[in-house]
Design a protein. Structure first.
Length: 152
């Protein structure tokens, strides 16, 4: 219903609305690089001894984690649980993230991930969105017929 309502108006306005939706979608999206940590490296992120903290991913890459970095743990079933850096507790058997009301058994966890925003990928995504919007506008202008008030 939303798309049909969007396209029911004059072609120029419909194209402008589609362009606006594409621009908003592109500007709010982002691309992330995901780095998997060992359980020991992830556990080092539970206390703010130093912020930002550099940890080593399983791939060998050094990853900097600060308070705004996205952390996730993945269960054996594939579900992802967000965890706030420096604000969780790991015991021998459990992971407790009280700010997110999360209590997970370590035996049920498969991976520990850090997600970092990828600036080049995000810029490419936004550029592609802008190019699509520009293409829609140009196509609308080129295919629009001439109409005057006398033709109504």
């Amino acid at each position: 219903m939303g798309i049909s309502l969007l396209l029911r108006t004059r072609p120029g306005r419909a194209a402008a609305r589609v362009a606006l939706v594409c621009l908003l979608a592109a500007s709010t999206a982002g691309c992330y690089n995901r780095y998997t940590l060992s359980q020991e490296e992830f556990a080092s992120l539970q206390r703010p001894e130093e912020v930002p903290k550099v940890v080593t991913a399983e791939s060998g890459k050094q990853v900097q984690v600060d308070r705004g970095t996205a952390l996730e743990v993945r269960s054996l079933g594939g579900r992802r649980y967000p965890v706030t850096p420096f604000n969780f507790k790991m015991t021998d058997t459990q992971l407790v993230a009280s700010d997110r009301d999360t209590l997970l058994m370590l035996n049920d966890l498969d991976a520990y991930d850090v997600k970092l925003l990828s600036t080049p990928k995000t810029a490419l995504l936004i550029s592609a969105g802008v190019a699509v919007v520009a293409g829609i506008i140009v196509a609308t202008v080129l295919t629009a017929g001439k109409k005057s008030f006398a033709d109504q």
